[in-house]
Design a protein. Sequence first.
Length: 219
Amino acid sequence: MVACVPRDFGYIVLIGGNAVTNAPWMYIPAIFAIVAAGVNLTRRVWIVNAIALAIQYLAVFVLLCTVRPVSLAVVKLFVGWMVTLTLFLSLITDGELRKASGLLKFSAGEIFRLLAGLFAAFFLAAFLPSLQSEVFPQTALPLLLAAFSLLVLGLFQASMISEPFYVIIGLLTFLLGVELLYASLELSILLEALFAGVNLGLALVGAFFVIKDAELLEP
């Protein structure tokens, strides 16, 4: 089955239940995903990070709806919010939640990570159009931008911060970028299930180490 929306409004082509879109509105969820990943890379305030992770999964869900049936894309949203809730509950359990204070104050490390993230995002925005035309012609540019940005920002976060909670968020962000890029290329139900399992596994590992570190700090 093939269906098209006129090009004047940005076109959407449905082929066998999958959608490939170059509609300008797709930049909105892409930007939300990138900003959420940037917030998690930069800030170290637990409630802000949890909210940003939930928004990140929501934005990726919207992007996935353009290349996957909604019934499959909603699984990613459900798993993502379960992961966020698991990490959030682990923070409550350890009894040492970071208060959302000093939101407008940036440490030297946060400024460095912010500049690194901005540089990466601008570099990708300038480089990806040519990469799309040469390597990923079937992938919409907003989706490609979000996927590579999540890959890079997640890798930055996992390598720049040593606390388990933030390392796990970095790995989850990196994995989201991999999933988004793969989803734009082909459909595999088995890999979708594998990605969901890996996400839940990372959340459980992260919760374990958060609680373990809190126990080690107890007198």
